[in-house]
Design a protein around this ligand. Structure first.
Ligand code: NAI
Length: 462
């Protein structure tokens, strides 16, 4: 008899959700985690701490820019950086302890240490070997740097170091205008840092709806972020507490340098599978270092499954969570399933940027006849009252059937608003279904309804 039905390796959003779902389905479950706390990158050094710093720095921005407009006079906010970091750590602690509580509640054993798989059906943690009918790898990802750049997590940092800097830098160079670069760049720009983002491509947020990306860049520029686009970073040289970034402009190959106190390398992440012993087991990997799986998350070795950032697809916590639930259900004999056409993406800047489904660019490339219904937050009373009228909602529908194919939002609470569209897409709804649904007034969500109306006879408030 095996010790467990399931051992999950890794307790990030993919792993811990998977373990809980397994336990709920009656499977005897353990989860291996080598960190001192549960929750993986997301809770400890990713999504959650960055949201805490985004929230705190947004309050600073509000106090400096909007309070006076509402008749509230306050002295210029003083920032106690240590206290701000302590608040962030407190938030992390609450969340990681929450997972520990959920593990106890669901009778999941936390096997403390770094796990490896000596053979199918076995997981080694420290000196102990545990047996399990099913082993699920949810080992996540790690930042990937560039050749010629040495990360020390003090002067040249990844997101990990950027969430715990010794002080607020005067000048921050961000390499990469993706999600991490823009979220953390925003945090420091709001705290008074001069932030310059260097991006290889000619626009920010690669893969995003082009119209949203253009507006987003304008808004961030107004907030003080500087952009150097079409620039390939060559190297970063560190001199005690300073750094010099050398980059080449792609248009003319000219070489330039930028001095900064801190350099944030945000050029993507790669699957983290070190030390699991996958090569010895013969687990098939892709050229990009991802674990190959079939439609049921099974690897090439019987009894071993993989989910989340370690396999193909967007590196998003919620995608990993959904895969964690699906694989648990599959192992329990149910029909676990993830709809990869309806996975939202959110950038938690201010305004937020959120998207789901196809972009206009993708639909054009596919030759799919579509309609675009757009509504600006300028026409939304609530947004105006809250100094949040920058941005718009755009819904894309099939030109013939009106079925929703995608949506792109830049504006207040975009990351929450997008889910109305996700539900609509999951149910195969038409824009008219959204337009005919009563939306409370005054809410930001009225802008979603107006964009849906714009796919038909037209919105009311524009
Ligand atoms: P990313 O892939 O989003 O962006 C990396 C950027 O770096 C790209 O725009 C790329 O063109 C640029 N780049 C690459 N090499 C360069 C060079 N030599 N010089 C200049 N620019 C260069 O990666 P990021 O922001 O590091 O995020 C990693 C992962 O984490 C992503 O998959 C992201 O979705 C996920 N994540 C998601 C969050 C969210 O959902 N809110 C928050 C943070 C991370």
């Amino acid at each position: 008899m095996a010790d467990y039905d399931v051992i999950v390796i890794g307790s990030g959003p993919g792993g811990y959700v998977c373990a809980i779902r397994c336990a709920q389905l009656g499977l005897k479950t353990a989860c291996v985690e080598g960190r001192d706390t549960l929750g993986g990158t997301c809770l400890n050094i990713g999504c959650i701490p960055s949201k805490a710093l985004l929230h705190a720095s947004h309050q600073v921005h509000e106090a400096e820019h909007n309070f006076a407009k509402m008749g509230i006079s306050v002295p210029k906010p003083k920032i106690d950086w240590k206290a701000m970091l302590a608040y962030k750590d407190e938030v992390i602690g609450q969340n990681t302890k929450g997972i520990e509580f959920l593990f106890k509640k669901n009778k999941i054993d936390w096997l403390k240490g770094w796990g490896s798989i000596p053979e199918a059906g076995k997981v080694k943690v420290g000196d102990e070997v545990h047996s399990a009918k099913h082993v699920i790898i949810a080992s996540g990802s790690e930042p990937s740097s560039l050749p010629g750049i040495e990360i020390d997590e003090e002067t040249v940092v990844t997101s990990t170091g950027a969430l715990a800097l010794g002080k607020i830098p005067k000048k921050l160079a961000v390499i990469g205008a993706g999600v991490i670069g823009l979220e953390l760049g925003s945090v420091y720009a709001r705290l008074g840092t001069e932030v310059t983002v260097i991006e290889f491509l000619d626009g920010i947020t690669p893969g995003a709806d082009a119209e949203v990306a253009r507006q987003f860049q304008k808004i961030l520029s107004k907030q003080g972020l500087k952009f150097i686009l079409g620039a390939a970073v060559q190297s970063v040289e560190t001199m005690k507490t300073k750094a010099k970034v050398t980059y080449k402009l792609r248009k003319d190959d000219s070489e330039h340098t930028l001095d900064a106190d801190t350099v944030l390398v945000a050029t993507g992440r790669r699957p983290y599978t070190d030390g699991l012993g996958l090569a010895g087991l013969g687990v098939k990997m892709s050229e990009r270092g991802q674990i190959e799986t079939d439609g049921h998350y099974a690897t090439s070795v019987k009894g071993i499954y993989a989910i989340g950032d370690a396999i193909t697809g967007p590196m998003l916590a919620h995608k990993a969570e959904d895969e964690g639930m699906a694989v648990a259900e599959i192992i329990a004999g149910q029909a676990g399933h993830v709809n990869y056409d309806v996975i939202p993406g959110v950038i938690y800047t201010h305004p937020e940027v959120a998207s789901v489904g196809k972009t206009e660019e993708q639909l054009k490339q596919e030759g799919h006849a579509f309609k675009a219904g757009k509504f600006s937050f300028m026409g939304n009373g609530r947004a105006k009252a809250n100094f949040a009228a920058d941005g718009f909602v755009k819904i894309l529908t099939d030109a013939k059937t009106d079925r929703v194919l995608g949506a792109h939002i830049i504006g207040p609470m975009a990351g929450d608003l997008i889910h109305e569209i996700c539900v609509a897409m999951e149910f195969g709804a038409a824009a008219e279904d959204i337009a005919r649904t009563c939306h409370a007034h005054p809410t930001y969500s009225e802008a979603v309804r107006e964009a849906a109306l714009a796919c038909g006879d037209g919105p009311i408030h524009s």
